[in-house]
Design a protein around this ligand. Structure first.
Ligand SMILES: NC(=O)c1ccc[n+]([C@@H]2O[C@H](COP(=O)([O-])OP(=O)(O)OC[C@H]3O[C@@H](n4cnc5c(N)ncnc54)[C@H](OP(=O)(O)O)[C@@H]3O)[C@@H](O)[C@H]2O)c1
Length: 227
């Protein structure tokens, strides 16, 4: 991959799942070098084979989560919230000096459709505190359903709100988001990710009320250069 003039590899931890596999498809379709990670390397290799078949090219590789994180320049996290800190503990060393793009929404496993716990810190604030200052953590994709992402050529009329405390990391993450074909907006510091995460249960509720599956968000009223 060539973002900001530098070739980079993207690892997607939990890339065998719904959101991760759909992102892998989108990045691979746009020519990026993608490794999907799994707790089970065999499962990752099988998932990569399936995705490559769907794409008609062999640009996605499978590996264990740790190996994928070690090999990559940028790491994307797409595991259930209940596994968030455990997986970070496993790859903590491999993430030092790297950008982590975290898609986690802290949904309450005991109360479907609600955030857990109420008034929580965002997942990226938890991740940043756990990983320390040598890893820059950025939130992205919290409000984008895998259903929208999984057809790589489909135009998606939604915005990706990108938050994190390091402005350069937000810029790099935004460049990567744009490679998936989505519009990325700089949504500022990490604490704003609390608001971004909280939109997801709202979108799920809207889906439920309107018998839909693909509710998303789009921000209006911004000047063209901010887009
Ligand atoms: N689905 C969406 O549309 C969507 C949209 C926006 C944000 N998100 C967020 O993205 C994240 C992933 O969502 P998803 O729907 O893709 O999840 P998922 O399909 O249920 O799981 C993703 C992957 O996580 C791994 N995993 C599952 N349990 C694990 C555990 N206990 N420890 C470590 N790894 C585990 C599994 O990979 P292996 O078994 O291969 O290890 C699984 O394939 C969540 O935080 C979610 O809030 C999802």
């Amino acid at each position: 991959m060539d973002t900001f003039g530098v070739a980079m590899k993207i690892a997607i931890l939990g890339g065998t799942g719904r959101e991760g596999a759909a992102l892998a498809l989108r990045w691979a379709a746009s020519g990026e070098d993608v490794i999907i990670g799994s707790r089970d390397e065999t499962r990752a290799v099988a998932a990569a084979d399936d995705l490559n078949r769907a794409l008609g090219k062999t640009t996605i590789r499978g590996a264990s989560n740790r190996q994928a994180a070690e090999e990559a320049d940028v790491v994307v996290l797409t595991v259930p919230a209940t596994a968030h800190l455990a997986i970070l503990a496993e790859v903590r060393e491999a993430l030092q000096g790297k950008l982590l793009i975290d898609a986690t929404v802290s949904l309450d496993p005991d109360a479907p459709g609600r955030l857990s716990p109420p008034n929580h810190r965002s997942a990226i604030e938890e991740a940043q505190a756990f990983l320390g200052p040598r890893t820059n953590v950025v939130a992205a994709f919290q409000n984008i359903s895998h259903r929208l992402l999984r057809e790589p050529n489909r135009r998606i009329d939604c915005d990706v709100l990108v938050c994190g405390d390091d402005p350069q990391s937000r810029q790099l993450a935004m460049a990567l988001v744009e490679k998936t074909g989505l519009r990325a907006l700089d949504a500022g510091a990490a604490h704003f990710a609390r608001t971004v995460e909280a939109l997801t249960p709202l979108l799920l509720e809207l889906n439920r009320r309107y018998k839909a599956k693909e509710a998303g968000i789009r921000i209006t009223g911004l000047p063209e250069k901010e887009r």
